[in-house]
Design a protein around this ligand. Structure first.
Ligand code: SAH
Length: 395
């Protein structure tokens, strides 16, 4: 195609792209013809000159992120169609104009055919977070597509990419409103209220991906003493209180997170006094919880962001889970999670199961959890299934 560089793959390295996997690793590339800059659109060809796809080029181990397997240069209508389809899915799963829940993920990167692009929706405010230069460069087109497709549902668009676009690039991104303006909003998740601060908060402001799992905690909380470890804005704690927990303790190492948790508790349960939040290191706190709790939630940060830190991360999961198994009351329930993409479901299970074995407790799996439907996984990109959870019954 005219004016775009061609990325030609080594012989035998085209199989995954032919199966619609959207990533081209730098090691698979035989040569690049034409000049290419970070963020440019490139076309990908096999060694036999077969067209495979179009994607954004980036310096790094994932060299091309493919967004189309058709040979047509994307224009405004192309991106609008992508956004429209993403909205269509959220409509079909009942998340648009839902009176109980007005916060959800609108675009989930590869899961929505847009590698490098995350868009979360907070009661009218779309927060974009780009992980590739290519997507960052087309942000104006995305703004137009969002405005056209969401109409009156949209109040403002805020971009929070300054820390997520690759640091090696020479683009300096500033977090700011791309369209409209809004103060931090109050959102609803299954009828519970949360204050979301996309400017100061972690990620885009809220961990939307635990919505269904938080609701499951509600089902099991009646009469239980609950520990919500790594609580951030306190999500699991509110659902535990809603479910009738006897007592809930929320713990996070960040004092800011503890403030947010307390604020959100007051917002939802001004009358209740069964909740207490502690700013403390999780590893330390877990040392001394013998017999205190009969429902424990462990939702740690991604211990491993890269493959080279994997074994340390697995040790981390093993350590916190061992402490929970050893000290939870008999008949207790443990909700344990990993949100690291590089930690596979199997590896996570191994870590949790060996923790159970060390504790000597009898443990059964009640539920196997993952991310909710607004975080869809493209079946050709299984890496997109990053959230893994187990609900375990400890005798
Ligand atoms: N469960 C939360 C999301 C957790 S994110 C929710 O439902 O929204 C992980 C949290 O772990 C962050 O808030 C971070 O501040 C906290 N954290 C990171 N390291 C920690 C540590 N060593 N001890 C306690 N909390 C920690």
């Amino acid at each position: 195609m005219e004016n775009i560089a061609s990325v030609i793959l080594k012989s035998g390295k085209d199989q995954s792209v032919k199966r619609f996997h959207p990533w081209v690793f730098s090691g698979a590339i035989k040569k690049i013809t034409g000049s290419v800059n970070e963020g440019d659109i490139v076309s990908v060809y096999s060694n036999k000159d077969e067209f495979l796809g179009l994607g954004h080029y980036q310096v790094g181990s994932i060299a091309v992120r493919i967004f189309s397997f058709e040979e047509k240069i994307p224009d405004q209508a192309f991106w609008k169609e992508k956004i429209k389809r993403a909205i269509e899915i959220r409509k079909n799963i009942g998340l648009i104009n839902n009176i109980e829940t007005n916060t959800f993920r609108l675009v989930n990167a590869e899961g929505d055919g847009m590698p490098g692009m995350i868009i979360d929706f907070y009661n009218g405010v779309a927060v974009t977070q780009m992980h590739s230069i290519g997507m960052y460069k087309i942000k104006d087109q995305i703004v137009e597509a969002l405005k056209e497709s969401l109409g009156d549902l949209l109040v403002a668009i805020y971009d929070k990419s300054s820390k997520t676009i690759p640091y090696k690039s020479d683009i300096i991104a500033e977090d700011k409103f791309l369209w409209g303006k809004s103060a931090p909003v109050e959102v609803l998740e299954y009828g519970l209220k949360f204050n979301v601060d996309w400017e100061q908060g972690q990620k885009t402001g809220f961990f939307i991906d635990q919505r269904e799992n938080r609701r499951l905690v509600q089902e099991y909380s009646k009469g239980r003493d609950v520990l919500n470890m790594f609580c951030y804005t306190g999500g699991f704690s509110f659902f535990a209180l809603k479910g009738g927990a006897r007592m809930v303790h929320s713990v996070d190492s960040s004092a800011k997170a503890i403030d947010l948790t307390n604020e959100n508790i007051r917002l939802n349960f001004p009358e209740k006094d069964q909740h207490e939040a502690f700013a403390a290191d999780g590893f330390e706190f877990l040392k001394d919880i013998k017999g205190k709790y009969d429902l424990i939630i462990l939702d740690p940060p991604a211990f491993a962001k890269h493959r080279d830190t994997l074994s340390r991360a697995l040790q981390g999961y093993k350590r916190i889970n061992t402490r929970a198994f050893e000290q939870i009351r008999p008949g207790g329930i443990l909700f344990t999670f990993s949100c690291s993409q590089v930690v596979t479901k199997e590896k996570f299970r191994e870590a949790v199961f060996s923790a159970a074995a060390i504790s000597g407790r009898k443990v059964r799996i009640l539920h196997q959890l993952t991310q909710p439907a607004d975080h869809p996984v493209d079946i050709y990109h299984p890496e997109g299934e990053y959230l893994k959870g187990l609900v375990l019954y400890v005798e």
